[in-house]
Design a protein around this ligand. Structure first.
Ligand SMILES: [Zn+2]
Length: 231
C-alpha cells in the first residue's frame, strides 16, 4: 500500500480549526435541539467509506440528521453494531450505503496486505471477502481481476445491501416498508462520464436494474440519478 503523503503546517492548521469550532459553537441549532428534547433524531443511517473525499455533508447539514457509520471500504460487518444501532434503536427510515471511485480499501484488499498490522488485516479481510462474494455473484474470479477497481466498488455496495436485506434483524424492517435502503456510488473521478464528483444510485432495496430504479416514484431525485457502469 503506498500513498503520497502531504506535509501540513500543524500550527496554522490548528488555528484555522479554531475558526471551524467557533462556527459550530456560534451556529449551534439550540432551538431545534430543544424541540427534539435534546435527543438525536437522524433520518438516515449512512454507511460510507472513511475516505475524506466522501463527506457525509453531501446529504446536507449533518447535525442531528445523519447517523454516520464510517469504515474503510464501507463494510457492514466491520461496524455491524453501529449499523444496527441506527436502524433498530434510532429507527432511521432510510439507510444509504455509499461507495466511491479509487477506493484505497478496495485496492488494498486486492493486493497483498498480510504484512499490515493485525487490526488492518482484519478489516481488509472483510473487504476482500465482500469482493470475493461480489465476483462470485457475477461469476468472475477475483484473482484474475477481470472487473475494474471501480466496478468492484460498485459491486461492493451491492454486497453490503444484500447483507442488510438478509440480516435477521433488518429484513423485517424492509419487508414492512419502514426502511428503505439505497446504494450510491460517489464518482469522484468521472468514471461514469458525467463529470467529477457526481453521485449515482446503483441499488434500491436490492434492485440493481437502472431502468427499474428510474421508474420508482417514491425515491425522489435518486430515481433520476440511477446509473451503473456497463458490465
Ligand atoms: Zn474508500
Amino acid at each position: 500500500m503506498s500513498h503520497e503523503v502531504v506535509k501540513f503546517d500543524l500550527v496554522s492548521l490548528l488555528s484555522s480549526l479554531g475558526e471551524s469550532l467557533a462556527e459550530f459553537e456560534n451556529g449551534f441549532p439550540l432551538d431545534d435541539f430543544a424541540k427534539g428534547h435534546y435527543q438525536q433524531h437522524p433520518f438516515v443511517t449512512l454507511l460510507t467509506c472513511c475516505d475524506s473525499r466522501v463527506p457525509p455533508s453531501m446529504l446536507g447539514d449533518t447535525f442531528n440528521r445523519v447517523f454516520c457509520v464510517e469504515n474503510i471500504g464501507n463494510q457492514v460487518k466491520n461496524s455491524e453494531g453501529s449499523v444496527l444501532y441506527g436502524l433498530l434503536h434510532l429507527q432511521t427510515p432510510l439507510m444509504i450505503v455509499a461507495g466511491h471511485t479509487e477506493c484505497g480499501a478496495i485496492k488494498a484488499a486486492t493486493s497483498d496486505f498480510a504484512s499490515e498490522p493485525s487490526a488492518l488485516v482484519n478489516e481488509l479481510t472483510t473487504v476482500k471477502s465482500s469482493l470475493d462474494q461480489a465476483c462470485s455473484g457475477i461469476k468472475v474470479d477475483l484473482a484474475t481481476a477481470s472487473p475494474t477497481q471501480v466496478q468492484l466498488s460498485e459491486l461492493n455496495v451491492d454486497v453490503q445491501i444484500d447483507l442488510l436485506l438478509n440480516h435477521a434483524e433488518i429484513a423485517p424492517l424492509v419487508q414492512r416498508q419502514s426502511l428503505q435502503i439505497i446504494g450510491v456510488m460517489v464518482d469522484l473521478h468521472n468514471f461514469y462520464g458525467e463529470g467529477y464528483g457526481k453521485v449515482y444510485t446503483v441499488n434500491v432495496n436490492g434492485e440493481k436494474d437502472v431502468e427499474a430504479i428510474k421508474q420508482m416514484d417514491k425515491i425522489g431525485v435518486f430515481a433520476a440519478k440511477a446509473k451503473r457502469l456497463p458490465k
